[in-house]
Design a protein around this ligand. Sequence first.
Ligand code: MN
Length: 200
Amino acid sequence: RRGRDRAGPGGDLLGQIDAEYRAVQAGAAAFLLKPVVRDQLFATLRQISQHLTPEVTTEMEPLRLENGRAPQILLAEDNEANIQTFTSYLIAKGFNVDVARNGLDAISHTKTEKPDLIIMDIQMPHMSGLEAIEHIRNDEDPLVQDIPIVAVTALAMPGDREICLEAGANDYLSKPVSLKTLVEAVQRHLRPSTAKNDNV
Ligand code: MN
């Protein structure tokens, strides 16, 4: 109970990671003046994530596809702090992560690399995540069309969920997203997709 309070939204075993994340967020004003401080914090966060891996895995085994390969995640996100935090955490959980910083890059990466799952921020420059989802769902390649997509949106507007699901997202999370919730959503949608692909 006490540990949960300390850990915040990230969950019990992730208290140290979340504490670092909060420190990063709390220091955001300082980053504008001293970008080096931010880089040092991110480097420290990555180290801590790595050190925490053995403990974290007692809570949830690193997911492997049936061929033993680590799942390939495309993180489509334009916010650098989120990119660093999500990427460090997903890697610590045993995923491989590629990053696209706008909707157009997300589409081209998806078509060439065919990731196992896409985490799609909706508010992105050049092309929104919503448009990118629609493009992917309308792709001529069925292997691209069917890639699971978890949509993430910063503006919790009424109807957001329906809009994202209607565009073709498999799931919807509103920011701030706890790391635990994010990984649970990833694993929930990765497993059936993997099983389906293996039967093709
Ligand atoms: Mn964004």
